[in-house]
Design a protein. Structure first.
Length: 193
């Protein structure tokens, strides 16, 4: 029968081996701020002679309808719509949204024209260690002119960035979300039959 001293020595010898097999904590992701909101809005609404914001807090019914569209809950809280006009003409909307990439949120600004087509999309803040190529114009240009009638699905009408599938999926989800938010808050008027 082992002595108490032998048991303690065995426990001390095993402890470091067990600690070495514990999963390492993920290092904090770097934040890459590519543009500020003001810079992105200046590009999206270039030449605007008036800009303003409108806030909207979806009620429970609107949140449930949005959740059904996405297969995921609509984040709580208010949505801020940035609006602009030039020469009395409505330029549309721009909304910031955070979508989860592999582990971290990607903050983007998605603009929608008055004709309800996707306008310029900008990645503002990227927090992942890989996949930041989704901020490049070549990828983001694929969204221009898309509407809610388009599938907006990777490999269907949007080509993912090689090695950045999760980030590509997150940006695509953000574009879909903003199109749905615009339609939910500003429904098209239906003409009477």
């Amino acid at each position: 029968m082992p002595t108490l001293c032998t048991c303690l020595l065995l426990a001390i010898a095993v402890l470091p081996a067990t600690a070495a097999t514990a999963p390492a904590a993920r290092p904090p992701a770097e934040h890459h701020v590519y543009q500020t909101l003001d810079e992105a809005l200046g590009e999206v609404f270039a030449g605007a002679d008036s800009t303003w914001t409108e806030s909207w807090t979806p009620d429970d019914d609107a949140r449930a309808a949005l959740a059904a569209q996405f297969g995921a809950p609509q984040p709580p809280g208010e949505v801020v719509f940035h609006r602009a006009r030039r020469d009395g003409r409505d330029l549309g909307w721009a909304v910031t949204t955070d979508e989860i990439g592999l582990h971290e949120p990607i903050t983007m600004l998605v603009s929608v024209t008055a004709g309800r087509e996707v306008g310029p999309v900008r990645v503002l803040v990227f927090r992942e260690s890989r996949g930041g190529e989704v901020r490049r114009k070549r990828f983001l240009a694929q969204f221009l002119g898309k509407t809610r009638a388009d599938p907006l699905r990777l490999t269907r009408d949007i080509d993912a960035v090689t090695g950045a599938t999760y980030s590509s999926r997150a940006v695509t989800a953000g574009v879909k979300r903003v199109l749905a938010l615009v339609d939910a808050r500003y429904p098209l008027e239906r003409s009477a039959p």
